[in-house]
Design a protein around this ligand. Structure first.
Ligand code: S3P
Length: 164
């Protein structure tokens, strides 16, 4: 398995786990949000504010597809990749791993961050609403589902490696 895609909700640990997994496998790690920010020379929050969400979603999909041409890579997606990309585009990766986190964990892990979609008066309700919309998309896109609650980054990576 040489091309690994990590999916999951905001705050599920995709970037942290991806970085560690890349190190363990000695494979380059890429973060789709970071790649977009580099290309656009703006933060994700600025892209949402200036260009709009639809523009961001198109960039997200483009970067997902272009990184899939790497021979070997661990790629962390943004939480909305399952709405911006088609199933066949997600399947360009050898293995798609869904990092599952509970709504409580997500709320804790995203506190103090400037994620545009969670910049709303009732963050808890918005997390529930988005989870409701997306949970089945993460599940159906995934080859492997990993529960992240109460696990360290190393434990999550170890579990992924055991599956593979
Ligand atoms: C988003 C998740 C974010 C980022 C953008 C939109 C989403 O990435 O792509 O703010 O729609 O869930 P993270 O999942 O890395 O926070």
């Amino acid at each position: 398995m040489t091309k690994i895609l990590l999916i999951g909700f905001m705050g599920s640990g995709k970037s942290t786990v991806g970085k560690e997994l890349g190190k363990m496998l000695k494979v380059d790690f890429y973060d789709i949000d970071a790649e977009i920010e580099k290309q656009e020379k703006m933060s994700v929050a600025e892209i949402f504010a200036i260009e709009g969400e639809e523009y961001f979603r198109q960039r997200e999909r483009d970067v997902l597809v272009s990184l899939s041409t790497k021979e070997r890579a661990v790629v962390a997606s943004g939480g909305g990749v399952v709405i911006s990309a088609r199933t066949d585009e997600l399947k360009l990766y050898d293995v798609v791993i869904f990092l599952h986190a509970t709504a409580d964990d997500i709320l804790k892990r995203t506190s103090g961050s400037d994620r545009p979609l969670l910049n709303v008066p009732n963050k808890e309700d918005e997390i529930d609403r988005l989870l409701e919309q997306r949970q089945h998309l993460y599940e159906s896109a995934a080859d492997i589902i990993i529960q992240t609650t109460s696990k360290s980054v190393k434990e999550v990576c170890k579990e992924i490696l055991e599956f593979m």
